[in-house]
Design a protein around this ligand. Sequence first.
Ligand code: NI
Length: 190
Amino acid sequence: MPLATSKTTQPPPTPISPDMYQDLQIIFHPDPRLKKRSVPVQVFDENLKALASRMLELMRQASGVGLAAPQVGLNYRLFVMNATGNPEDDRVYVNPELYDPAGEEEGEEGCLSLPKIAGTILRNKSMRLKALDLDGNPVEAAETGFIARIWQHETDHLNGVLITDRMGSVEKMAARKILRELEQKFNGNK
Ligand code: NI
């Protein structure tokens, strides 16, 4: 399966290097890296594996079920997830693509980059995913429900889309105060 390079007009991405993941931290709204479209991973090496394993660690520490690379400030098309909390259910998807959507379902979602914000988000109920694993081998899967929802949430991150972009106006209004607090904190930390 070819890498998903066709949709991006950016210059070729720099390979992942150790200095990029040594002090990895989850970043929060309104960090502009959360709004960028990420570029495909092109180098499948030890650095990519180290990054993925550090992301899984951060996701677990934050009690999350998914974490996308832009959420740690790295705009690469890669996300990690674990829908159950059992270590054997750790998954890493590189350059993922979703296709064959079926059905629609509303469900509550949060986001590690938007602490204390929750929204009712309409997603496709079923989805197929193709991606590469950490060795660059193709993987494919089909899911319904919660896992399909995680795929869609994390893939949104790779395209610079957050749940606040998909929330209804009433919920967005309710989140306004928390968003403003996050914005003040971000501007204070600069
Ligand atoms: Ni998120």
